[in-house]
Every structure is written in structure tokens, then in C-alpha cells.
Unconditional design. Structure first.
Length: 375
């Protein structure tokens, strides 16, 4: 059987990782400034993380959500304390797309409406509702077009209000910082406006923090820079450092009933063990503060490099814009300088390293980056 050919693959097989470095099957070492799409939060192969999963697997790998799983409540208690939302409820699933699916469903249950407002260049997942609110027609199949969605520009609250006034909007969904869209930041004033408008017109505000959350921005959630509280927050990626997991943080205004949401694998014992370890490591090693400090260092160093048009982002979520395509630059970074980076557009390099990136490793990256630019 062949693999379904939907990925454009680099001819590299990664077989080992430690901290912010990975090794391929040929023994080459790479500096990882991408973290597998912002998934690696506390570093590859962290010994406390590995030990926590191993201990749990030695006891119990899985049982269903029809019995009590004390690890779920342990994780919920730690997460509520860490992020400042201990009065919210938690629903655990497996992926970011699932998190957004359930968030959109909760909003529609709450107010009985269908239409969703989303934003240009957004990315919220590839499943039915999540892909429909993603601004990429190429990946929206006809079967996904089952409910009304309106795509609006960033930072235009007057256009949002025009749509909300029509009275049929269930929810407004927005990323804390757009990742796939090119590290685009909503203005703090815009987020405050969204919060006020959603309250005024009885629509639910959903903050997709799947890529921008979990300490990556230098705060636990990127929207906390704007000092707002959404109705629903979705998380995944860095939540369990590579173990598949997602979650929905749900305001007390939502009232659950048995069977309202459900999942087979969500919140399983291994996932919870991994997620608990991540929070413990983040606190012990002060990784959120590290993300803020090293992110500032990287942006300061990048600002002195000629040829860069713009640098955007917060913490360790950084976009680097060039006038022309960065295809060859990324190729040189990977194959000559042995650095993993991402892209977000034809001319945007995207940096999403593990939150444990040190200043020495950041300086090493800057040196390799300059060499790749032929400076």
C-alpha cells in the first residue's frame, strides 16, 4: 500500500531529537527553529516528559470516558491555574481542528444561530466546520459548504458590527496571532472591540490559540495582551509536546448536558500525563518568560539584517518578510546551514522554535541565517 501523496516532502528523515536540535537518519544535526508546526513546546526528548508518559503507560495506557479519569481533573486544575481561566470548564479532544469544531458547535447550541464571522488569511483546521471558517477555498470541498460563513479583514470593527447587526451570527472566531496567514497580529483595540460587540449582539467570541497559545507569545495566551476574556478558547499543538491532544476552554455561561459533546480518545490517560508534564516543565523552567526574552532578542538581531522588509510577531512566534520568494533561502537554511524553519507565504519565513530555545542557540541561528543570506 502506498501513502496518499498529499505532502511535499523534504528528502530528510528525522529520527532523534533533544532540546532544540534534531538528527536525521544519516546522522546530520539540525537546529530546530520550527518545532514541528509549533508543537514542540518544552523541547524534544525532555527527560521529565518522557518519564511521565512512561510511568503512565506502565500503569494504564487507555480506558474510555465512561469511567472517571483522575488525570483529566489533575490537568484541568493545573491548566486553570497556569492560564488564569480556572473558572472555565475544560473539554479534551485530540487535535486543534476538533477543538474548533466543538467550539463552533457549542456557540451554535448556545444561541441557536448558524452564521460564523471569520477573517481573511485565517486557518482553523481541515475538518468540516473548521475548514469552512478557514480562508482557503482550495481545501474547502463541496461537502464542507453546509453553513454560512463571512470572511472579513483584520482590524475593521465597523465591518464586524455591520454583520452582527443582522442578528444571525452565532460566533466570531479569530486566531490570537495568525500563523499560516503570515504571523498577522490583530490590534489590541480590535480584540477589545470584538469582545464588546459580541457581548452586545449575543454572539460568542472564540479565540483560536492553537498555534499562538501555550506560552508561545510570551503570555500564556496571545489575546491576554489585549486584556480580554473570550467565551471559548481552543488549544492544541504545544499542549502535550507532540502527543496528540487538543482542548476547549469554555466560559461558565455555557451549560452542558450529557451527550452534548463526546470523544473516544480525547483526554486519555497518556495524553493527560504528557500535558501535565508540559505544564510542570513550563513552570519549573519559566519557559513563558524565556519565550518573551528570547523572542525580543531574535527580533532585535533580525532588525539589523539588510534585505528584510518586515518582522512581525510576539515571543517565539515570528514572521520575517522579504520582497521576493524565500524558497531558495529556506532551501539553503535547511540543506546548507542545517536549520529547520517554516513558511507562511511565498515571501515569509516563520519561526516557531521550542520555548526552551536559549540565547546561545538563538545567536547560532542568527549566524546561520546571515550565512544563508550570503551576508
Amino acid at each position: 500500500m502506498k501513502l496518499f501523496d498529499v505532502y511535499s516532502l523534504f528528502d530528510i528523515e528525522i529520527v532523534k531529537g533533544k532540546g532544540c536540535r534534531v538528527w536525521d537518519a544519516k546522522g546530520n544535526e539540525y537546529l530546530d527553529l520550527y518545532g514541528g508546526h509549533a508543537v514542540i513546546s518544552v523541547g524534544h526528548g525532555h527527560p521529565e516528559y518522557v518519564a511521565a508518559i512512561s510511568r503512565q503507560l506502565d500503569q494504564l495506557g487507555f480506558y474510555s470516558n465512561y469511567v472517571i479519569n483522575g488525570r483529566q481533573q489533575e490537568f484541568a486544575d493545573k491548566l486553570g491555574k497556569a492560564c488564569g481561566y480556572d473558572d472555565y470548564s475544560l473539554f479534551l479532544i485530540n487535535t486543534g481542528a476538533e477543538a474548533n469544531e466543538n467550539a463552533l458547535k457549542l456557540a451554535s447550541f448556545h444561541n441557536g444561530r448558524k452564521r460564523v464571522l471569520t477573517f481573511k488569511k485565517s486557518f482553523h483546521g481541515r475538518t468540516s466546520a473548521a475548514v469552512r471558517v478557514t480562508d482557503n477555498p482550495a481545501i474547502i470541498a463541496p461537502v464542507n459548504e453546509g453553513f454560512p460563513v463571512t470572511y472579513l479583514p483584520f482590524n475593521a470593527p465597523e465591518l464586524v458590527e455591520d454583520e452582527l447587526k443582522k442578528g444571525d451570527v452565532s460566533s466570531v472566531i479569530i486566531e490570537g496571532i495568525q500563523g499560516v496567514g503570515g504571523i498577522q497580529l490583530p490590534d489590541d483595540a480590535f480584540l477589545k472591540s470584538l469582545r464588546n460587540l459580541c457581548t452586545q449582539y449575543d454572539a460568542c467570541l472564540i479565540l483560536d490559540e492553537i498555534q499562538s497559545g501555550y506560552g508561545r507569545s510570551g503570555k500564556f495566551f496571545a489575546h491576554q495582551y489585549a486584556d480580554i476574556r473570550p467565551d471559548i478558547i481552543t488549544v492544541a499543538k504545544g499542549i502535550a509536546n507532540g502527543f496528540p491532544m487538543g482542548a476547549v476552554l469554555i466560559s461558565p455561561m455555557f451549560k452542558p448536558f450529557y451527550g452534548m459533546l463526546g470523544t473516544t480518545f480525547g483526554g486519555n490517560h497518556l495524553a493527560c500525563a504528557a500535558a501535565i508534564a508540559v505544564l510542570d516543565i513550563m513552570e519549573k523552567e519559566q519557559l513563558i518568560a524565556n519565550a518573551a526574552r528570547i523572542g525580543t532578542y531574535l527580533k532585535d538581531e533580525l532588525s539589523g539584517i539588510p534585505g528584510i522588509c518586515e518582522i512581525r510577531g510576539k515571543g517565539l512566534m515570528i514572521g520575517i518578510d522579504f520582497t521576493d520568494s524565500i524558497k531558495e533561502l529556506r532551501h539553503r537554511l535547511l540543506f546548507e546551514e542545517k536549520v529547520f524553519t517554516g513558511v507562511a507565504a511565498p515571501n515569509t519565513i516563520r519561526l516557531l522554535p521550542p520555548l526552551c530555545l536559549t540565547q546561545d542557540e538563538a545567536a547560532d541561528f542568527i549566524s546561520r541565517f546571515r550565512r544563508a543570506l550570503r551576508l
